[in-house]
Design a protein around this ligand. Structure first.
Ligand SMILES: CC(C)=CCNc1ncnc2c1ncn2[C@@H]1O[C@H](COP(=O)(O)O)[C@@H](O)[C@H]1O
Ligand SMILES: [Zn+2]
Length: 350
């Protein structure tokens, strides 16, 4: 096991359907041969890249393979187990509730299937704590967004802490922030935390400012926020003032071509400013990576020490959406694991 796998980690930005591994995808493809889907249609392999539009088309192909509650339950269980096997101790999974007339899957049963998978993994003793965020797809408009918030409210009230927030995601080129401020505000008033995909593409400063007015509890990607890439010092100041952590997904951004190379990734900007950065996968299946690999890439690309890598992982605990008691438990776990890990890899404990 590598240092990066042995490193205890927190994963805060993982979309269920883009996190499906090759092995699980193989099962789904075999179950649905009539769809004639090949592996290269569901994942971007090493060295390959796609445009953003192609990525969103790829997500639609994946959705064709997960159309029943059995599919959703199966993929959720496998994804959770894979994160656990990769050394992730706390996972916030997110997914867009979907209905499917051909199988009778409803948005409610979709969410229930994921929550059941989480509970079953816990019962089976899988070594990971999992929470869930309901995703709002910005392609679907504000009415659906409000319905998703209502659904989130129901589960928030009935699942004893499993549902912790909502996420705004989907193609950033469609619709506008102004349509989503009210639903996100409603979610916040209920007590749900907000993770918002923001500035994934350039020239969205006006929309970003609107989102920052909420403000969200975490930012997804934030690729084009700082002045060097067309953002502004004004936006950066707001983010720093409110201390809004940024979920950074290196390989996803590289393969989706919003950053040109790993060393050009905005991790560098935010990390050097001492801002809270959380390393995440986005979709370990679609982007063919895992969280250990993302930490390793961060270390080698930005010349970080193992101690700095440890700190990024440890500090990420501060940004989870679960309550403070969960944070304390995780911090204790990290402290318990540190001596063994540093000994094994002959590192100095600071
Ligand atoms: C290059 C590229 C497109 C990177 C990925 N960046 C993303 N940006 C916005 N929404 C996303 C992204 N990745 C996944 N999603 C959302 O997550 C969905 C897939 O997971 P799920 O069905 O919610 O379980 C997609 O349909 C989309 O709505
Ligand atoms: Zn995402």
């Amino acid at each position: 096991m590598s240092f990066y796998q042995a490193l205890p980690k927190v994963e805060l930005h993982a979309h269920l359907n883009t996190s499906i591994s090759t092995t699980t995808m193989e099962k789904l493809i075999q179950q649905k041969p009539h769809l004639n889907i090949q592996h290269n249609m569901t994942a971007i392999r090493k060295g390959q890249k796609r445009t953003m539009d192609e990525c969103f088309e790829m997500f639609k192909v994946i959705h064709q393979l997960t159309v029943s509650i059995e599919d959703i339950f199966m993929v959720a269980k496998e994804v959770i187990k894979e994160f656990a096997a990769d050394g992730v101790k706390y996972l916030e999974l997110r997914s867009t509730p979907r209905e499917e007339s051909t199988t009778g899957m409803t948005k409610k049963s979709y969410v229930e299937a994921i929550l059941e998978a989480i509970k079953q993994c816990k019962r089976e003793g899988v070594d990971i704590d999992v929470k869930f965020l309901l995703s709002i797809d910005r392609r679907h408009g504000p009415v659906v967004a409000m319905e998703t918030v209502k659904l989130a409210e129901e589960f928030f009230a009935s699942t004893d802490g499993l549902v912790v927030g909502v996420d705004l995601s989907g193609d950033p080129a469609v619709e506008h922030a102004k349509n989503y401020i009210a639903p996100l505000q409603a979610a916040r008033n209920i007590g749900l935390k907000l993770a918002v995909h923001m500035a994934e593409i350039p020239h969205q400063n006006e929309e970003v400012e609107m989102f920052l007015g909420l403000p969200p509890d975490r930012i997804g990607h934030g690729t084009f926020l700082h002045p060097e890439v067309g953002g502004s010092e004004y936006l950066v100041d707001i983010i720093i003032k409110h201390q809004i952590p940024i979920e950074l997904c290196l390989t996803s951004n590289l393969k989706g071509q919003t950053v040109s190379s790993y060393d050009q990734h905005h991790f560098k900007y935010w990390y050097n400013r001492g801002h809270s950065c959380v390393i995440c996968t986005d979709g370990k299946g679609a982007f063919a990576s895992d969280l250990s690999q993302e930490y390793q890439i961060a270390e080698t690309t930005f010349n970080l020490s193992k101690a700095q890598i440890w700190d990024i992982s440890y500090q990420s605990i501060n940004h989870i959406f679960a309550p403070v008691s969960v944070k304390s438990d995780l911090k204790r776990l990290w402290k318990d694991l540190k001596p063994g890990l540093f000994n094994q890899y002959e590192l100095q404990i600071a």
